[in-house]
Design a protein around this ligand. Structure first.
Ligand code: P1T
Length: 379
């Protein structure tokens, strides 16, 4: 089955009760048993729920994996991965990453004795320098949030396999429409399904997909033991979102290209970060591992002026100033004070997250209207 068919049918069966084409929302916490243990495969909804199961099967299918797991949020999904580790274990992570992930690593898991190294991963050899006998996980976002750095997943997978380390990839920005990390050698692919998978800014959810049975077993154990699961209504919404992922992504990419090119030619803009530009430092890797370049763009204006950045985001009318990304509607964000405020200023500035940086999630509206909105806002 090809990707555009998988988004609609992958892992899906018509409901056995009445043949419902969409899985019903099984709004139940528990399931009747005829005798202790005598049930129809479902006991309690923290452990399993038929609507969530349908969604988890869809996650596995679109990421070319075998096992899918749905969580209450993207961070809950990452939390489950780190719970595979023990005190004394070490993680090598991209230094440019979602601020909430950085906060979870440094403010929660460092307290439990897990050590994190935050490094630039554009060169896989550099990653190998940080490997020691305690290293258990390499964690990569690509494209990174918000600087749009591109990490070579295949090259990282070689390092991970050589040293028997797990490789986890946060595929939130790319989605499986653009890249499928498991096929490139990653062990775990993670999503904030809040974003493109849900696609309509109406739900918060996380996803994991793996191929390996034993790893899946451990993660299902943590999912059930820790209990950060999503409800059936949210599962239904994300399953519905996935059915249009490919058509939405196609338009996100088309609009993203037009907006990125418009900004790059604007006399008041200093720098535009988007992997589709030939001048992007890892454009060749992006071309190799991604089908297209996506709808996420960051930029700074000439003069690198905080007040100017704030003026622009306040002036936009179609782009809504808001946290989050990946919905049908265009959003703008100011990472330094919003999504990445939990990273200390000296740390975030090292990776380019300066006070004048603006991030755009380009939606699927008419590109002419989006460009006209930027034109009037930048002035
Ligand atoms: O918000 P949540 O569903 O818990 O997902 C966290 C998360 C994980 N990984 C990446 C790459 C993300 O971008 C996010 C959430 N990001 C935002 C809310 C944002 O505006 O960047």
């Amino acid at each position: 089955m090809k990707f555009n068919t998988k988004t609609i049918h992958g892992g899906q069966e018509h409901d056995p009760a009445y043949g419902a084409v969409m899985p019903p929302i099984y709004q139940t916490s528990t399931y009747a048993q005829s005798t202790p243990g005598g049930h129809k495969g479902f006991e309690y909804s923290r452990t399993h729920n038929p609507t969530r199961k349908a969604l988890e099967n869809a996650f596995a299918s679109i990421e070319n994996g075998k096992h899918g797991l749905a969580f209450a949020s993207g961070l809950a999904a990452i939390d489950a991965i780190i719970k595979l580790l023990k005190p004394g274990d070490e993680v090598i992570s991209t230094n440019d990453l979602y601020g909430g992930t950085y906060r979870l690593f440094t403010k929660v898991f460092e307290g439990f004795g897990v050590k994190f190294h935050f490094i630039g991963m554009e060169n896989a050899d550099k990653v190998e320098e940080y490997v020691n006998e305690n290293t258990k996980l390499i964690w990569a976002e690509t494209p990174t949030n918000p600087m749009m750095n591109i990490i070579d997943i295949k090259a990282l997978a070689q390092v991970a396999k050589k040293h028997n380390i797990l490789l986890g990839v946060d595929n939130t920005f790319a989605t499986p429409y653009l890249q499928q990390p498991l096929d490139l050698g990653a062990d775990i692919v993670m999503h904030s399904a809040t974003k493109y998978l849900g696609g309509h800014s109406d739900v918060v959810m996380g996803a994991l997909v793996v191929k390996d049975d034993a790893l899946a077993e451990q993660l299902y154990f943590i999912q059930n033991a820790s209990g950060a699961v999503c409800g059936p209504q949210d599962s239904f919404l994300v399953l519905r979102g996935i059915k249009t992922l490919h058509v939405r992504m196609q338009r996100h990419c088309e609009n993203g290209k037009k907006v990125a090119e418009y900004l790059a030619n604007h006399p008041k803009i200093e720098k535009v970060y988007w992997p589709g530009f030939e001048s992007h430092p890892n454009h060749e890797v992006a071309k190799e591992q991604m089908r297209d370049f996506g709808g996420m763009i960051s930029f700074v204006t000439k003069g690198n002026d905080y007040n100017e950045a704030i003026r622009i985001v306040e002036n936009m009318k179609i782009f809504t100033l808001a946290e989050s990304l990946g919905g049908v509607e265009s959003l703008s964000g100011h990472p330094a004070s919003m999504t990445h405020a939990s990273i200390p200023k000296e740390e975030r500035e090292k990776t380019g997250v300066v006070d004048a940086l603006i991030r755009l999630s380009v939606g699927i509206e008419d590109a002419d209207d989006l460009i006209a909105d930027l034109e009037q806002a930048i002035g």
